[in-house]
Design a binder for this molecule. Structure first.
Ligand SMILES: *Cc1c(COP(=O)(O)O)cnc(C)c1O
Length: 424
């Protein structure tokens, strides 16, 4: 596979951007990432003309694949041509807000922002502002964006920032516990119950392999937060409008969080985030409440149009059925291959999410530690490149989830399974 153009572009990029990229994970590929020229259905074509089946899908935002259906495409272009944005409201923000409120059980009101990170930053501030408390309980291996309160490592006893540039005193307000560990959550509440503003969790860990909740875990979180007058925040930046269809993962698990953060899919491929939830809580945001929150680009008309028309298209067409069907075929096929060739590995995922985790014991991971113990180096250094050589683009390491889109076909699934057969 020739990659002269990508190499030259990366060389230029290294001179002007840290690590040659604008988001760290993109440089996880060795020796350098390929640069994309354009998308085509479920495929991308790189700067050297190589074609790949794309299971990365922008790392989450693209439910419809790279070719936007005509009504989505034309609405985006119409909004962009009317003038990019205004600094005063437009109708399309109300339309998208109404759509989300209509479909997501726990969302009575919503504030749009510009990224998943902004959504979780705002949700944490809101939880603290609304409860008058400081502490946030998060799951180890949960990802809530590049934000101060959740970039932590360690456990409830010993927590530290996981990035340079964050004061230790910030991290001390965050309590990391293992996913699926009710005892650890109970202990956190026993020790700090009066000062826990919220428990924030992804319904399914999607940035650390894929780890599914055990039966009853989310119900338990709902009960214990209620008991202590703390809030339950579901970070549905990945699962929102992907798992559980238009009702999101909370409808699939039948648990009603107080607040939900959104991102990725609700912008239809454009930069977006949102915090939704109980009206009395969302009303705490400025200007109706005391929790300051603002953004020049928030509710951007082009983004709102892309999000609304994508979700409407999904509501009115066989998008979820198509994705579920291909996802099931892919996961079933992968399970057969794994049984045959690597019984110590496991296949994870649901709806449009999938990943083969290179576990060492054939046990589906229960928490982040189980994923960390997997053969993560083999995944990234050996396996990823072998898939790429066969024209299959997977996410850049063992930890990031992969996505099925409406743009994928049965042939894409077949070819991908063949490639796994050779690479595993
Ligand atoms: C991607 C992601 C974020 C961060 O969103 P950005 O748009 O990258 O800032 C937050 N939470 C979860 C669960 C995510 O997957």
């Amino acid at each position: 596979m020739n990659d002269d153009n990508s190499r030259e572009l990366y060389d230029r990029a290294l001179s002007v951007m840290p690590g040659g990229v604008n988001s760290a994970v993109r440089a996880a590929i060795e020796p350098y990432p390929f640069f994309v020229q354009n998308g085509d259905g479920g495929h991308v074509i790189d700067a050297d003309g190589n074609r790949y089946i794309d299971w990365v899908m922008g790392l989450g935002p693209l439910m419809l694949g790279h070719d936007l259906p005509q009504p989505v495409q034309s609405r985006i272009q119409q909004k962009a041509s009317e003038g990019p944005m205004y600094g005063t409201p437009t109708e399309i923000e109300v339309d998208l807000a109404e759509f989300v409120v209509r479909h997501v059980p726990s969302v009575e009101k919503i504030r749009f922002v510009n990224s998943g990170t902004e959504a979780t930053v705002s949700a944490v501030r809101l939880a603290r502002g609304a409860t008058g408390r400081n502490k946030i309980v998060v799951n180890q291996g949960g990802y809530h964006g590049a934000q101060e309160s959740t970039l932590v490592e360690g456990d409830a006893e010993s927590v530290a920032p996981s990035s340079a540039g964050i004061p230790q005193s910030f991290a001390e307000h965050t309590i990391p516990v293992p996913f699926n560990d009710e005892t650890a959550v109970r202990e956190a509440f026993e020790e700090h119950g009066d000062d826990i503003a919220a428990v924030m969790t992804e319904p399914i860990l999607g940035n650390y392999g894929i780890v599914h909740p055990e039966d009853g875990y989310h119900e338990f979180l709902r009960e214990i937060t209620e008991e202590h007058d703390s809030l339950l925040i579901f970070d549905e930046v990945i699962t929102g409008f992907r798992v559980g269809g238009l009702g999101c993962a909370q409808s699939e698990f039948d648990v009603t969080p107080d607040l939900t953060t959104f991102g990725k899919l609700i912008g239809g491929g454009f930069p977006v985030g949102a915090v939704g939830g109980r009206a009395d809580l969302i009303e705490q945001f400025a200007p109706s409440g005391p929790v300051f929150q603002a953004g020049t680009f928030s509710g951007h008309p082009v983004t709102m149009a892309a999000g609304l028309e994508s979700l409407r298209f999904a509501a009115e067409n066989d998008v979820y059925d198509h994705i579920d069907e291909l996802g099931d075929r892919l996961r079933d096929g992968l399970s057969d291959i794994v049984d045959d060739q690597a019984p110590e590995y496991t296949v994870a995922g649901t709806a449009g999410m999938f990943k083969v985790i290179f576990t060492r014991d054939g046990q589906a991971p229960r928490n982040a530690a189980d994923v960390k113990n997997a053969e993560t180096d083999r995944w990234r250094r050996i396996f990823w490149g072998q898939m790429k050589e066969q024209g299959v683009f997977l996410s850049q390491n063992q930890f990031e989830c992969q996505f099925v889109s409406y743009g994928h076909t049965d042939e894409d699934v077949d070819e991908t399974l063949e490639a796994y057969k050779h690479a595993l």
